[in-house]
Design a protein. Structure first.
Length: 294
């Protein structure tokens, strides 16, 4: 809304005409509005700055502290993102995260940096409270999934309609999610020699195991008596390393029974599983098992 005080008819009076602008924010009482925006310094062939939303597309994510989604907003490919946190949402701690969806291909100009800003508004409390992060994301940050710029902007601690804001500003690798490990995997190495190279091993995500855990099923195992019921539980840590334990002892028959555990790493987007397994009843050594998505 724009309000003008005075016009040409009052020009001879002692009042100087002024114009005042108001930004009326129609927010729900007790809610907190979070706005994500970004900017770059890249220019087109004419030397003009490229519009930020043409240079990059970001998704605004409101997550729990373990990066599990609460809300994920990417409503437009041509505009900035916004989310209104209502007072009816559960109290607790939330992360405000910017995830890069795509970047403009600048050809011979190469990669470029992107500045990120997050702005908070709450009627009567926060008025354009803004955290800005210079060169937060670079377009050369990629993984097997493609672009993977993932930036923690801030933390919101919510109690009713009271919101405490904490600036973070930290670049992270795209979080590895257990749900991306689902389907058939091909064995590329098995130093224990249970599986032949090229064998197919089914991997399953079961939410009942926890959001950070998936199963490597033994249904195709050629030697186990309990192949139909046994599996490896692989739990993903924050740094993409994993810990492994069998749900039950491996029974090779003839009294050859052993527990199984291990460690390893996993590839982004469920691309690969790289484990070192141990069979304590037989040996203290570790044996590599490598699987790639088929």
């Amino acid at each position: 809304m724009t309000l003008q005080v005075g016009d040409v008819t009052t020009s001879n009076a002692s009042l100087t005409p002024i114009t005042v602008s108001f930004n009326i924010q129609n927010y729900t009482e007790g809610s907190l509005v979070t706005d994500l925006s970004w900017s770059t310094s890249i220019k087109d062939v004419a030397g003009d700055l490229i519009k930020p939303t043409d240079a990059a597309d970001f998704k605004l994510r409101i997550t729990n502290l373990d990066f599990s989604d609460v809300e994920s907003i990417d409503d437009s490919k041509t505009a900035f993102e916004s989310f209104e946190m209502l007072s009816t949402m559960p109290d607790g701690d939330y992360l405000v995260v910017a995830e890069a969806v795509s970047f403009k291909n600048m050809g011979s100009q190469g990669n470029f940096d992107i500045d990120l800003s997050v702005t908070f508004n709450q009627a009567g409390i926060y008025n354009d409270e803004t955290f800005t992060f210079t060169k937060a994301i670079t377009t050369e940050t990629k993984t097997a999934c493609g672009f993977s710029g993932f930036y923690k902007l801030a933390q919101i601690t919510k109690s009713g309609s009271t919101y405490t804001l904490s600036e973070i500003g930290a670049s992270e690798k795209f979080p590895v999610t257990a749900s991306s490990f689902n389907g058939n995997y091909k064995v590329t190495a098995d130093a224990w020699s249970d599986y032949a190279v090229g064998a197919i091993v089914p991997v399953e995500y079961n939410a009942a195991d926890g959001t950070s855990t998936f199963r490597i099923n033994n249904v195709n195992h050629p030697y186990l008596v309990n192949a139909a019921t046994s599996y490896l539980l692989v739990t993903i840590n924050a740094d993409a390393t994993v810990s492994v334990v069998a749900n039950e002892n491996y029974n090779y028959g003839g009294g050859d029974i052993t527990s199984v555990n291990g460690t390893g790493t996993v590839g982004f987007c469920g691309s690969s599983i790289n484990l070192t397994l141990k069979f304590p009843a037989f040996t203290s050594k570790g044996y590599a098992l490598t699987l790639v998505k088929n």
